[in-house]
Design a protein around this ligand. Structure first.
Ligand code: ATP
Length: 233
């Protein structure tokens, strides 16, 4: 579904990723693993069009989206759950979801909100509550919900578990697995490597902006040395 070839991207003169190539199919979960500053978030932001791409190509479902702006990428079926959630604290839960669906028709928006409330009962119960008064876990659910409103076929998820209680993280992962089971492709950046390897099909390792090992989780599981390195043992 997504084919990224020789992607390089960064910030002004800073090159954060170099010549990174990878692909993800419908119904697959790909995870990027690497130390702090390796370029994982930058790669997600470049796919979304939020960071300037210096070179390389991004093809989604056979269509070259390399030069498209963020809005057009959303319309093509990409959505991001950003690191730090970035919800609007002064808007209600429902209003945050409406913002996530500003580019879709009223019908899809209504349908999307119902679907999100189906996944996250806690958001349904708090539909008219200000997002800033939600717990950290509920805010993460809202960030996921907002990304789902546009009914993406590719979901980019950055640091889902950061700062959250394991029980809440479990609830979020149940939804991710469900979405994936229904065919959604997911690219996951997760500080908890064990959790990432538990759900992912494929892995790309990044080392200070340079691509390293790339392959299936099944391959990694057979290589104790690599597995222990990735898990930091
Ligand atoms: P972490 O796990 O710590 O979030 P990461 O692998 O996601 O790290 P990135 O956040 O993509 O790494 O950062 C890659 C490089 O780009 C780092 O050297 C970082 O300092 C730099 N960088 C990130 N954001 C910016 C920015 N807005 N301006 C300048 N440099 C940036």
């Amino acid at each position: 579904m997504l084919e990224v070839t020789n992607l390089s991207a960064g910030y002004g003169d800073i090159v954060a990723i170099r010549d990174f190539s990878f692909s993800v199919n419908a119904g697959e979960i790909l995870t990027f693993i690497g130390a702090n500053g390796a370029g994982k978030s930058t790669t997600l932001m470049a796919i979304m069009g939020l960071v300037k791409q210096n070179s390389g190509s991004i093809v989604l479902s056979g269509e070259d989206i390399t030069d498209l702006p963020v809005e057009a990428r959303i319309e093509h079926g990409i959505a991001i759950v950003p690191e730090g959630r970035r919800i609007f604290p002064d808007l209600t839960v429902r209003e945050n979801l409406v913002v996530g669906g500003h580019s879709v028709s009223k019908h899809i928006l209504e349908q999307g909100i119902e679907t999100v409330f189906g996944y996250f009962g806690r958001l349904d119960e708090r539909a008219d509550q200000l997002a800033g008064s939600l717990s950290g876990g509920e805010q993460q659910m809202l960030a996921m919900g907002r990304a789902l409103i546009s009914q993406p076929k590719l979901l980019l998820v950055d640091e889902l578990s950061l700062g959250l209680m394991p029980k809440i993280v479990d609830e979020c992962y149940v939804v991710l697995r469900e979405l994936n089971k229904n065919g959604m492709a997911i690219i996951l950046v997760e500080q908890n490597t064990e959790r990432a390897l538990d759900v992912a099909n494929n892995v790309c390792v990044l080392e200070a902006g340079n691509p390293g090992f790339s392959g299936s989780v099944a391959e990694i599981s057979k290589d104790d040395t690599l597995l222990n390195t990735l898990l930091g043992h």
